[in-house]
Ligand binder design. Structure first.
Ligand code: ADP
Ligand code: ZN
Length: 606
């Protein structure tokens, strides 16, 4: 057998024995073989795709200790507990450890007793740790959340820039960088800054077929959110808001209505943040209302929805944030409500920021790409994947596929709106322009004598809301700009000319005529015995409580569901359930069989 074949056989056997999975998914097998043989790799895989085994198995196959660099100190503990649950010798080093504990870990590392060691990047870069690395035997370096090296992204961590030292100091140790963010720009930055030019790139499809995308126009955000949440009663999810204040308000409002909602943003005390994150991970059905400060590395598998009450910054941001839903592969929902105000706020934010001009242009282009996604009348997934350079067919699992929007020809209306902006001197915001179009005799109108303009009252065919929609479209498409120095005054741009000259038409989405409640509950489709599933969950919750770990560290929902479905009667049968490896079988096998048998007895006797 060739060396490569032998690695492949060993890898499969570990996957089965240790992790309880029968087969590698997608490119996992190739990645594992490549890294185990000493190659560098850049792995671009969506959240939930199964990145962890791509470095965990090579670490088990190679002599020495796999070093995992992760920015997520708060989560290292759970990750390590999960590995120990699988029978893997793992530890972590970060600022949360006392000096004694840290020394113990260092000793174990030096003595070659660890297979995996998680370290925070700032720790890794200390002279002490680099020296330790020189004396111990690193099996590989796994750089998790590698997009943190990107200065354009909101997860930027300056310490990541120092990680190129690894290649300099340890040129023969393979490196594997992993991320779920991978637009072309970020990808190139990772390669450049981490010195991965010769690494093999493994790009997996970014599709998350179990996530249903839906984007609505914001009319009354809070009310729309409540309607959305009624479709997800009792489920865990994240609600993203643009500002800390809004986070506080929304969390309080939901809590006042009896929902289990908690706030999370960078302005809260570290202790509060930790406690809320912990509850979100450990308890069931918590709604985290948060800014984007929350979420990176949250590997809770059963987040059933991610809602955006404000527009994210970019398609990458949106994709990453929504990607936190449904890691377990079960149906999940990504929902967003957005409005013109969001666009104006972000444009102002970019314009007024300290960024260099080139950076501002990138930020602007990213926002425009996102607007393209929210405005599209076509398949959301198709647009999303196209952004990541992937061609696909309409998905059948997004709002536009399930309920295709009707389009209307807004060319005439757009012309009227543009004229009204122009005739009023390009110094007023949307509110006043609409008043003029509708012929409203407001104080402002008489103050400026606008009732004498030819455009006064020419827009009676639409109501204010529809006009707002038209103006939003014109803004989104760049025919109008909003001048923030002038209290949101609308101005025409060069791009408006073709439409004014009749060379271009404007087709836009017709507004929804009624508030459709499309949030059909995402139902597990396995046909699992629900009662048994619930009893398994109760058993798992008790055990997780005793051990002080999140429930999914014991077993995932998907595994419990499989058990409920198959009702195994023996350890042999149980072992065949995906997610049950040797260690879990040994630790929990009997207890699980007992829970299953109790159910059988009850059903038979009835
Ligand atoms: P990522 O880090 O890419 O978001 P994880 O490594 O956490 O994803 O894996 C996501 C889920 O998929 C986990 O529940 C993991 O146990 C499971 N998984 C990974 N690889 C396999 C496989 N080959 N077969 C079945 N399940 C897998
Ligand atoms: Zn679709």
């Amino acid at each position: 057998m060739s060396a490569a074949d032998s690695i492949a056989v060993q890898a499969c056997s570990l996957l089965d024995r240790v992790f309880g999975y029968r087969a590698f998914r997608g490119q996992q097998a190739e990645i594992v073989a490549h890294v185990a043989a000493g190659g560098d790799a850049l792995v671009l895989m969506p959240t939930g795709g199964g990145k962890s085994v791509c470095y965990q198995i090579p670490a088990l196959l190679r002599p020495g200790t796999g070093i995992v660099i992760s920015p997520l100190i708060a989560l290292m503990h759970d990750q390590v507990v999960a590995l120990r649950e699988l029978g893997i010798a793992a530890a972590y080093l970060n600022s949360s450890l006392g000096a004694d504990e840290a020394r113990q870990v260092e000793r174990a590392f030096l003595a070659g007793r660890l297979k995996l060691l998680y370290v925070a990047p700032e720790r890794l870069l200390t002279p002490r740790f680099l020296d330790l690395l020189g004396r111990a035997q690193p099996a590989l370096f796994a750089i998790d959340e590698a997009h943190c090296v990107s200065q354009w992204g909101h997860d930027f961590r300056p310490e990541y820039l120092g990680l190129d030292v690894l290649h300099e100091r340890f040129p023969t140790v393979p490196r594997i960088a992993l991320t779920a963010t991978a637009d072309a720009l970020t990808r190139q930055e990772i390669i450049d800054r981490l010195d991965l030019r010769t690494a093999r790139v493994f790009a997996t499809s970014f599709d998350r077929p179990n996530i249903r995308y839906g984007i609505v126009e914001k009319t009354d955000g809070r009310r729309q959110l409540r309607a959305f949440l009624t479709g997800h009663a009792g489920e865990a999810g994240i609600v993203y808001c643009g500002t800390r204040r809004k986070v506080e308000e929304v969390a309080a409002a939901l809590a006042a209505e009896g929902m289990r909602a908690l706030p999370y943003h960078a302005g809260l005390a570290a202790e509060t943040r930790r406690r809320h994150q912990d509850r979100f991970l450990r308890e069931e059905g918590i709604i985290m209302v948060a800014t984007i400060a929350f979420g990176m590395g949250i590997d809770k598998p059963d987040v059933r929805f991610v809602a955006h009450l404000d527009l994210p910054r970019s398609v990458e941001g949106y994709y990453q944030e929504t990607g936190r839903a449904g890691r377990d592969g079960q149906p999940a929902e990504a929902w967003m409500a957005w409005g013109l105000q969001d666009v104006a706020t972000q444009r102002r934010f970019i314009a007024e920021s300290e960024m260099a001009e080139a950076q501002k242009r990138i930020a602007q282009a990213k926002l425009d790409a996102l607007l393209g996604l929210v405005e599209t009348a076509g398949c959301r997934r198709q647009a999303l994947l196209a952004y990541f350079g992937e061609a696909s067919a309409p998905c059948g699992n997004c709002d536009n596929c399930l309920d295709p929007p009707t389009l209307w020809d807004a060319t005439e209306a757009a012309r009227k709106a543009l004229s009204a902006v122009y005739r009023t001197g390009q110094r007023f915001g949307a509110g006043h322009v609409i008043d003029v179009l509708l012929g409203k005799a407001t104080d402002k109108v008489s103050q400026w004598g606008h009732e004498r303009l030819t455009v006064f009252g020419i827009g009676g065919e639409l109501d204010a809301r529809r006009w707002r929609g038209v103006i939003r479209q014109l803004t989104v498409r760049g025919l109008l700009t909003v001048d923030h120095g002038e209290h949101g005054a609308l101005r025409l741009t060069e791009a408006a000319r073709p439409l004014l000259r009749g060379e271009e038409r404007l087709m836009i989405r017709a507004p929804a005529t009624r508030q459709k409640n499309k949030t059909r509950r995402a139902q597990p489709t396995t046909g699992a015995d629900h009662d048994l599933f619930e009893r398994l969950r109760v058993w798992r919750r008790r055990l997780a409580g005793e051990k002080g770990v999140p429930a999914y560290v014991i077993l995932h929902d998907t595994t419990l569901r499989e058990i409920a479905d198959r009702r195994p009667a023996s350890l042999d049968e149980l072992e065949r359930v995906p997610g049950i490896g040797a260690r879990k079988l040994e630790a929990y096998g009997q207890a699980i069989l007992k829970v299953v048998a109790e159910g059988n007895g009850g059903a038979d006797g009835a």
